[in-house]
Design a protein around this ligand. Structure first.
Ligand code: ATP
Ligand code: MG
Ligand code: MG
Length: 383
């Protein structure tokens, strides 16, 4: 059978590999870490840097098509592979998602509302900031931020200048801090022929800048905002001539306004519920897009939620020096509708994504009740 390749060996790569294998493909993972979660389960594991020319050549030889599981691969690596193999998403699309300034400009071109913002790329831009319009704000590095890393909340010009120094004077985007009523996201999948399908709009709860809980129920995002989110995500994909799975994150403001936050050129943490409560998962969509297989509209099978399992759960709250201990999975798995996904990471660390728990049930209330029970068993603060 054919082999599908992926740049990056994290948990998203691992779940991609599982989906590809279920459809009969062999897989090749490029990741320098010998214990990468995806490398551990892949047919082939090329242990090399993403920019390594020889490794990219080997990947192209092995694979019928290549994708990426993380947006910070060098876009040139994708472009290089694309000379001989189909690559989805394209390097040019990933390059836009790698840079918050380019990403915001793309959203504006698509007519999607974004937070008031300014690019801070030097002292002149810093001095020109319209404090009235942009403060209090959040300063975000244009590149390489995730899980709220590379961000600083700033209330005044002085704090802004200090934060920019602290972030290393790298190009940043300053965004006005908006009054969020809720957050949501949507995953769209676009094929090479331009056909698009999507998963339902998901409601997301973040804690300390990290996704904590996703809920996917009928009616948990109002119908008008659901429509606008879908239309925005589709326009964002179409106008990039995007091929693959794309996640777009939104803010729902207190006044009902919908604002695009950012995008991820790959399956996304907020779409993990689709592994257990959709007849096509986001990872199967990724496989179908890159392999040129047909896209069919996924159907949600039941109300669902996803609870992230961070490394903190491996440590006893009281004793900072205690050795990590695996949580009591047997107790969680005794709850009907709980589906555990662990990423095979050897070393739990606080704030590190170790796995997730998908919860399904007959009704939203039943799902919520199970999430609460599971969270209590695991020592996660109530939602
Ligand atoms: P991810 O891991 O999703 O890629 P990230 O590090 O790129 O995260 P953002 O999505 O930009 O970070 O922001 C993280 C969270 O911080 C958001 O989900 C939201 O809760 C909050 N946040 C970000 N920007 C704003 C804003 N302009 N106003 C209010 N809250 C914000
Ligand atoms: Mg991000
Ligand atoms: Mg985000």
């Amino acid at each position: 059978g054919a082999t599908l390749g992926v740049l990056g060996g994290g948990q998203l790569g691992r779940m991609f590999v599982h989906a590809a294998q279920a459809l009969g493909y062999a897989t090749a993972v490029l990741d320098p870490d010998p214990a990468s979660p995806a490398g551990l389960v892949s047919t082939h594991h090329l242990r090399a840097a993403y920019g390594d020319g020889a490794a990219l050549e080997r990947l192209a030889q092995l694979c019928a098509a290549v994708t990426t599981e993380f947006e910070n691969v060098p876009a040139e690596a994708l472009e290089r592979l694309a000379r001989t193999r189909p690559v989805a998403p394209a390097g040019a699309s990933v390059a836009v998602a790698q840079d918050r300034a380019a990403e915001k400009a793309h959203f504006v071109r698509c007519g999607a509302p974004v937070a008031p913002h300014a690019v801070i790329d030097g002292d002149a831009a810093l001095a020109a900031v319209d404090a009235e319009r942009l403060l209090p704000g959040i300063l975000k590095t244009a590149r390489l931020g995730y899980d709220g890393k590379g961000q600083a909340r700033v209330g005044s010009r002085a704090e802004l200048a200090a934060a920019w120094e602290r972030l290393g004077r790298v190009p940043c985007v300053l965004e006005k801090r908006l009054p969020l009523a809720a957050e949501c996201s949507v995953l769209v999948a676009r094929g090479r022929d331009g056909a698009m399908v999507h998963l339902p709009v998901q409601r997301n709860l973040h804690r300390d800048g990290i996704l904590a809980l996703t809920e996917v129920f009928e009616g948990n995002v109002p119908a008008a905002q659901t429509q606008r989110a879908l239309q925005a995500a589709q326009a964002i994909a179409r106008q990039l001539d995007y091929v693959g799975v794309l996640c777009v994150e939104f803010f729902l403001l207190e006044g009902g306004e919908l604002v695009v936050n950012e995008m991820a050129p790959r399956p996304h943490n907020s779409g993990h519920w689709s592994q257990d409560a959709s007849d096509v998962s986001q990872f199967e969509l990724q496989v179908r897009c890159m392999a040129g297989l047909p896209l069919v509209p996924p159907r949600q099978l039941s109300p669902a939620a996803m609870l992230n399992l961070l490394g903190d759960l491996w440590f006893d709250g009281a004793d900072a020096d205690a050795a990590p201990r695996s949580p009591a999975w047997d107790r969680v798995l005794a709850l009907p509708g709980c589906h555990l996904h662990l990423y095979g990471k050897a070393e739990p660390k606080r704030g590190r994504k170790m796995g997730h728990l998908n919860v399904t049930g007959a009704t939203p209330e039943a799902v919520r009740a199970t999430v609460r029970q599971a969270a209590a068993l695991l020592g996660i603060d109530a939602f």
